[in-house]
Ligand binder design. Structure first.
Ligand code: NAP
Length: 244
């Protein structure tokens, strides 16, 4: 039987790293993206070069029906999805009093609603097969809080609540739900901070460097593996010791 993973936001950054590491571990991968089709196709080509099947699906994770259609397409082309990685996310810096309703709602809709949409889309099949694995990508800022990133930090804290609650609800059905909380990872997302702030954040990280997408991918691949078969409801910090 083939192992099929759906990774949201896998065109770039951490999601791409996750897709490639899963492929190395023998997973076929459905690569979701929002805007960057060419980048998503590159990830797919890299997955295929590793000997696994790959497909690319454009869908805004905030759009429930689009996510539902993506899951059906993945099942149709690759087979039943037994691993979902909720990685797609948006971040931004602003003071709390400047966040508009539109921005607040968008953060929630993508970072938290997107995970809910994707889980709802793959869960019926996982429940009927009594097996499955869900990994949510949170953040150190969801654990610690973040000045000028209140909306983002709220959504990332909520993903931890989602992970723990759903883990309890789905454990009797043989479905594990875990979470990875990355530290500062060197991707497009953090470039807006500027090189000086990134240097400071690396210095603030006990291991003295920023993380790479691979650092997070290894943690996700472990949680998805049989070696983690007794782990559910956990938050695995992959942060160079930022939060100890
Ligand atoms: P990134 O470089 O900005 O990449 C974001 C990815 O998500 C892209 O593939 C993008 O697709 C996709 N995406 C964004 N909005 C989407 C939507 N509405 N629907 C579907 N796909 C969407 O971000 P990253 O740094 O790799 O972060 C990935 C995840 O890790 C996020 O959840 C982020 O919050 C979390 N995280 C990141 C860090 C960090 O320091 N980088 C730290 C902690 C947690 P397109 O390419 O099509 O735009």
């Amino acid at each position: 039987m083939r192992h099929v993973a759906l990774v949201t936001g896998a065109s770039r950054g951490i999601g791409r790293g996750i897709a490639l590491e899963l492929a190395r571990q023998g997973w076929d991968v459905c690569i979701n993206y929002l805007q960057h089709r060419e980048a998503a196709e590159q990830t797919a080509a890299q997955v295929r070069a590793l000997g696994q099947n790959a497909m690319v699906v454009q869908a805004d994770v905030a759009d429930g029906p689009a996510v539902e259609a993506m899951a059906r397409q993945a099942e149709g082309e690759l087979g039943p999805v037994s691993l979902l990685v909720n990685n797609a996310g948006v971040a931004g810096q602003m003071q709390f009093q400047d966040i508009t309703d539109e921005q607040w709602n968008r953060y929630l809709a993508v970072n938290l609603g997107g995970a809910r949409n994707a889980i709802r889309a793959v869960l019926p099949r996982m429940l009927s097969e009594k097996r499955g694995c869900i990994v949510n990508i949170s953040s150190i800022w969801g654990l610690r809080g973040a000045s000028c990133e209140v909306a983002y930090a709220c959504t990332k804290a909520a993903l931890i609540g989602l992970t723990r609650s759903l883990a309890l609800e789905l454990a009797p059905s043989g479905i594990r739900v875990n979470c990875v909380a990355p530290g500062v990872i060197d991707t497009d997302m953090v470039q807006v901070l500027g090189q000086e702030t990134l240097r400071d954040l690396a210095a603030e990280t006990p291991l003295g460097r920023l993380g790479t997408p691979e650092d997070i991918a290894y943690a996700v691949a472990f949680l998805a593996s049989d070696r983690a078969s007794f782990l559910t409801g956990q938050v695995l910090g992959a942060d160079g010791g930022f939060i100890v």
